[in-house]
Design a protein around this ligand. Structure first.
Ligand code: GLV
Ligand code: MN
Ligand code: MN
Length: 506
């Protein structure tokens, strides 16, 4: 298939208007029905060449270049004028990228950032990053699911790749640091290392994973899970978002998911390093500058569908109802009680509730909700989920409701690599930075990557412990410290002698 045919197929894949023969006049629409910026779709899909800026890969339309210029000039940082302690290219580059990224999916003031998988804001952000990688002289490519890579080839090509990055998607009305910091810091670090030290021994790659949050579809880690082979299209392609669009349809509409695009699964990774905001309050409360993650808590996500009977709100006596919402409410209150009784570190959340028909004078015939349960012990997590499932079944039976509970995601607790953690600790100590080892209650791409290569995560503090909200904030000097530490670790791993190789010290 040539690029243009692929383009038409991809745009048609969303099947939102389907009337035009000419892809340039088509309007791809998002789940909230906003027209996509056609210029970007066209820019993205001009052809299927690797996006490496070589002759023949004319993937940047002039309109797209304009947009990128507008983004960067609005958020540009004057390196020379920047005051200490930020007067260096590494941290200025990180700030510039972070600011620019925050404009993709940003709503009105206070509305936070919403950049859901395969939506126009998401695509624009990935294209912006691709442009930045390209300008920095990295080899740029997307894989079939929309993970974006920028590669700096090492001089010892037989050696495994050192991967660094995070995710580009956000929760609905999220903050500007979750995921974006890791991507911005990683790109800034690799670009700065290249400028300062030239070609590394071991290949370095920056990754902007397509999805980590599970905010659009009821499962998470689509980006990193595709890389490790944990998640595959055959299993996930028909999962639907809240508007009934399947993952596969959404992928095609964004220009991905075509068989000729690069297979996402990789077996060439030697290490993965991710910097992230803590999203909790431990670092702030203890006055610690850097968190070094020892383990990432395991999580399970379910969808729970309850079927009762829709009926008239005025004529149906209370004792004769099969109210799906009343059943769901009883389940939710019980869940909270059980979680409180279990105690920390277990957490259980119902984050989404959909009702049918969802109108004031009809008894709800259907209720669906999501369930997110986490614990750092796999056994405790499994036991708790089993008890919840039994309790829900009991409530449904007592109320004459039909119940379907479906496990959508299971990510076991993941230990980070002790050797890489030790390196981070020593780097902190040599820089006079305070640090502490910690468990991450939040899920991260490193959790998936840890199954295929040594993985490390470092945290910077979150003000007030707030995250997944527009108020998410980390002070500039803390962002700078995390970025500098990341760059220092990448330098050790990619540029220094053989002794600096992955996972060598336990
Ligand atoms: C991701 O941020 C998660 O922990 O849900
Ligand atoms: Mn994240
Ligand atoms: Mn998150």
């Amino acid at each position: 298939m040539n690029g243009q045919a692929g383009n038409e197929q991809a745009v048609n894949g969303q099947a939102m208007n389907g009337q035009s023969e000419n892809h340039r006049s088509m309007k791809v629409r998002t789940e909230n029905n906003q027209p996509v910026n056609d210029r970007l779709v066209n820019a993205q899909l001009v052809n299927d060449q690797p996006l490496n800026g070589q002759e023949g890969s004319d993937w940047r339309s002039s309109e797209h270049a304009e947009l990128v210029n507008a983004q960067t000039s609005a958020g540009a940082v004057d390196y020379e004028a920047a005051p200490n302690p930020f007067a260096n290219k590494l941290t200025c580059k990180m700030f510039e990228l972070l600011e620019a990224l925050s404009r993709f999916g940003g709503g009105p003031p206070g509305g936070g950032i919403t950049r859901l998988l395969y939506t126009p804001a998401w695509l624009e952000a990935q294209l912006f990053l691709a442009e930045q990688m390209n300008l920095a002289g990295l080899e740029v490519r997307f894989d079939r699911v929309g993970n974006l890579y920028g590669r700096l080839e090492g001089t010892e090509p037989g050696r495994a790749v050192i991967l660094t990055g995070s995710h580009i998607d956000t929760v609905r009305h999220g903050g500007k640091y979750d995921g974006a910091l890791g991507v911005a810091a990683s790109l800034a670090a690799v670009v700065s290392l290249k400028e300062r030290y030239g070609v590394p021994k071991q290949t370095l790659e920056v990754v902007s994973f397509c999805e980590e949050e599970g905010s659009r579809f009821p499962f998470a880690y689509w980006g990193s899970g595709s890389v490790t082979g944990e998640l595959v299209l055959e299993r996930c392609g028909l999962i639907r978002d809240g508007d009934g669009v399947t993952l596969q349809e959404a992928m095609l509409a964004a220009g991905f998911g075509r068989p000729e695009q690069a297979e996402p699964r990789r077996s060439d990774l030697g290490a993965y390093v991710e910097v992230h905001i803590e999203q909790g309050i431990v670092l702030e409360r203890t006055g610690t500058e850097i968190g070094i993650v020892e383990t990432i808590a395991g999580q399970r996500r379910y969808t729970v569908d309850i079927h009762g009977e829709a009926n008239h709100a005025g004529t149906t006596p209370m004792g004769m109802r099969r109210d799906a919402l009343a059943g769901a409410a009883e389940m939710m209150v019980l869940l909270e009680k059980m979680a409180l009784a279990e105690g920390p570190p277990l957490v259980a959340t119902v984050g989404r509730l959909d009702l049918s028909p969802n109108t004031s004078n009809v008894i709800p015939g259907g209720a669906s909700f999501t369930l997110d349960i986490r614990h750092e012990s796999a056994d405790a997590l499994e036991a708790f989920c089993g008890r919840v499932s039994e309790a829900f079944a009991g409530i449904a039976a007592a109320r004459g409701l039909k119940l379907a509970q479906q496990l959508q995601l299971e990510a076991p607790p993941a230990p980070m690599d002790a050797g890489l953690g030790g390196r981070l600790e020593r780097l902190c100590s040599s820089r006079g930075l305070s640090c502490r080892r910690m468990v991450s209650g939040a899920g991260h791409d490193a959790q998936l990557l840890a199954a295929v290569c040594p993985a490390a995560m470092l945290f910077v503090p979150s003000r007030g412990g707030i995250s997944h909200a527009p108020e998410e904030y980390t002070a500039p000097e803390q962002l700078a410290r995390g970025t500098e530490l990341l760059a220092a670790l990448l330098h050790q791993l990619a540029y220094e002698e053989e002794a600096a190789q992955e996972g060598e010290e336990k």
